[in-house]
Every structure is written in C-alpha cells, then in structure tokens.
Design a protein. Sequence first.
Length: 87
Amino acid sequence: NDCNLFTIWVRVRGPEIMAGSAQAVEAANEESCYWKFNFELQVEGRYGVDAKGLIWNGGVEHTDKMKCEFEKGKLPIEILDEYPLHA
C-alpha cells in the first residue's frame, strides 16, 4: 500500500512542545495502515496532540526542472531557475 506517501505532521503541546512527521506503519493485514509519532515526556502535566495531513507523495524526486510558460511581456524571467519546484 502507499501509506508511506502521506505526510502527517504531529504536535504534542503542554508543558513541553514536540513536533515532527508521523511514520506510516503497515497493519498485519497489509490492506490498511496507521501512523505513529514517538515522543518521550519529561515533564508531568496536561498534554494535547494535534495532527494534520500535509501532502501526498511529497518526497517525489524531480530529475528535470519544471518550467512555467508565461505570456509575452508578463514575466521575462524563468522563476523556477532561481526557485526550483519541490513538489
């Protein structure tokens, strides 16, 4: 399955704050999955957890620069030469 292509951001908030990407874990039946975010609390208190789906297949590698076409006279430079696309 493609669960590892979905990036989920997780934040733990409370007396301590931690954040990072959850890791996809394939379930035993290999048809579904879940995500985990490991953290170790050092300070006692009330905590909340936020999770947000960010992007699908965000780690895809690009082998060639993607170019944008501009109308004549609108933008005379190729922006993506200076600021490459990281899809």
